[in-house]
Ligand binder design. Sequence first.
Ligand code: PLP
Length: 467
Amino acid sequence: MTMTIALPQNAEATNTGAPKTKSPRRPQISTALPGPKGRIIIEADAQFVTPSYPRPSFKLVAERAQGVWVEDVDGNIFLDCNAGVAVCSTGHCHPEVVRAIQEQAEQLIHMCGTDYYYRHMPQLAQKLDEIVPVQRPTRTHFANSGTEAIETALKLAMHATGREKFIAFFNSFHGRTLGSLSLTSSKAAQRVGFKRQVLDVIHLPYPNEYRNPFSAEDCGDGGAAQGALNWIENRLFKTTTPPEEVAAIVVEPVQGEGGYVPAPKGFLNGLRRICDEHGIMLILDEVQSGMGRTGKMFASDHYGVKADIVCIAKGIASGLPLGVCVARADLMDWKPGAHASTFGGNPVCIASALKTIELLERDLVANSADVGAYLKAGLEKLMAKYDSIGDVRGMGMMIGVEFVQDRVTKKANPDLRDRVEIACFERGLILLGAGFNTIRWSPPLILTRENADVALEIFDAAINASV
Ligand code: PLP
């Protein structure tokens, strides 16, 4: 029998009234974490909500947020350097985004774009046509999440090529629905219980430059990038995976959940060449790395590579659910009924996305590059101080800090990573792990240098207390 738990009501009723999150300069922690109200919510969650969410060992119970500041249900204030897992690109509740959502909600919330028309869909599709790393002209399919954008891309690649094999990379994350799960390979927990892959996907190591998984023979003089390309051409194509049977290669330009690992130079361009030579679609998963996160609108822009199909979600609508799959127009010539979604691209989400892109183009992509470089330089200084930091890598505000036992053996130190994550939280800094032993920095793109200084100071103290 389940017991009903009396949950705290909204913050006005139970808390201090006026939002405290206006613009503090530092986190303010005044209760044990989680606090008394937070504990009630966690208890109710444990009873009624699926236990399948991969929550970290620290427990944040958010009540409201503004900019880079998040207030929990007990009135503690945190500096957020995770942005709801790289989603709140314009910061929490950006006033212009909130206004755009409110105005749209008063006009039209839903109409079902699969059956009716409204201006928002072509408006955003046209904007995406201007900015995405895909050869123009493009067309866009609207869905609700990253995994749905990936499902769209997989179906489209099969439809366009008449082939059904896919190539993907170990440590990748592309979502948890059954099609995208066939690609996803960052943790066994994502796969356990779900039997064989639904799709015919073959994985190979991602060319991680810090931990080059390829032999000297594979790499020649081209490093990890060449190792991966040779693996595809010399092994896969000649054994299990004839190129004429491959529908697509699916790749993250920066591996996200796998540990914030940027593609090495030459790798994506090499994939482009291979795809062109064999009529294979190149699907770039920019779900986490897109929308200004890396200091350019898309991570692929750093490499000058264009995809046949690109998937975008997370940061595109500042927190409202939207996933888009943008493809070369000549590929997206499937017939009515082939793929559609009731909610995908609803007017409110699109209004939020259009405002988000406007803000990104106005100054936030530039801020991501500028303050991101400042933050990275600060993290590199910490690397000089702590031997347990093996690598600091990334671009813009997508930065990974990898913890090791020492720099010589590079042996992973996931326990230290976890301790640092918790120690940061206890000091009011929200950071989240990625991969086995890395902490990801994915703050809202509005982060200032002053915020970065505070975050770095806390990170330093947290490492110092954890080593
Ligand atoms: N692709 C990448 C690169 C991701 O990082 C994620 C989510 O973390 C997804 C796809 C799946 O997105 P969603 O959780 O919105 O389904």
